[in-house]
Design a protein around this ligand. Structure first.
Ligand SMILES: [Zn+2]
Ligand SMILES: [Zn+2]
Length: 266
């Protein structure tokens, strides 16, 4: 089978371009090698000159200047000054940069970088190292504290509500819906589904689930027929009956994984 002339020509052009690219890379590498050798020689001379100066301070100053110039490889520098990487880092000393607060508040933050790697990570998007300014940190801390106080306050409020008012709170509805979800929308005892269900608090379970509590509290999902066999487990005064149609709504909404106001206010 003969290949059309046009295609043959184009294929030749492709390999021609590839050859040129290879050639360019060789030339580049050779030139880079030469220049690196030249740089290394200057660095050696600098190292020798700074040794002649016979001053640790001068030497440290030069090392510092060169180390924090990221175009010079640390390896090359270490070789010239006969320093191992960790000593090189130590002699160079940390770099302190005045950076903008990552929160965008307009303040500046003095940030110390101990090595070029740290600096690289910082600019490479290591967000854990982006520390906000003191003012932003104080603000965030105050906000956390205020939230904590509000939560405790709400907790006390919930504890003090009469049961019938408590069952109207968002907190209870969320908890109750979750309890139903975990029970598979079925009676814990006979597994009946598609029926109206009671959600009862266990005997020792407090009315609300304090957000800071680590205790395991118990809730019981029971159909009307099974309540009597569980009397020893439940707090008979603290239960809510959810009609079958509402159980279904809660199930549909939670199964879709969508948080819905409808489910919250059943
Ligand atoms: Zn700030
Ligand atoms: Zn049952």
């Amino acid at each position: 089978m003969s290949v059309p002339k046009k295609i043959e020509g184009l294929l030749e052009s492709v390999s021609g371009s590839l050859d040129k690219l290879d050639e360019l890379e060789r030339t580049y590498n050779a030139a880079r090698g030469n220049l690196t050798a030249e740089l290394a020689s200057y660095l050696d001379q600098l190292a020798a000159a700074s040794a002649e100066a016979n001053s640790q301070a001068v030497r440290a100053q030069i090392v510092r200047k060169l180390y924090w110039n990221e175009k010079i490889s640390a390896e090359l520098l270490g070789e010239a000054f006969k320093l191992k990487t960790h000593t090189l880092i130590k002699v160079a000393g940390p770099l302190v940069l005045s950076l903008r607060c990552p929160n965008g508040c307009g303040n500046t933050v003095n940030r110390e970088f101990r090595s070029r790697l740290e600096l690289k990570n910082y600019y490479g998007g290591d967000y854990t190292s982006r520390i906000p300014c003191d003012e932003c940190q104080r603000k965030a801390e105050a906000e956390r504290e205020a939230e904590e106080v509000a939560k405790r306050q709400r907790n006390l409020e919930l504890q003090g509500l009469p049961w019938e008012h408590f069952t109207e709170t968002e907190e209870w509805r969320e908890l109750r819906n979750n309890v139903l979800h975990v029970s598979g929308y079925a009676c814990d005892v006979c597994q009946a589904k598609g029926v109206g269900l009671f959600v009862y608090l266990g005997q020792d379970t407090p009315q609300n689930y304090p957000h800071f509590s680590r205790s395991e509290y118990l809730y019981h999902v029971l159909c009307g027929g099974c309540v009597s066999v569980c009397e020893h487990l439940i707090n008979p005064k603290k239960g809510e009956y959810i009609k079958a149609e509402f159980v279904k709504i809660i199930r549909d909404v939670l199964h879709q994984g969508v948080y819905s106001e409808d489910a919250m206010y059943v």
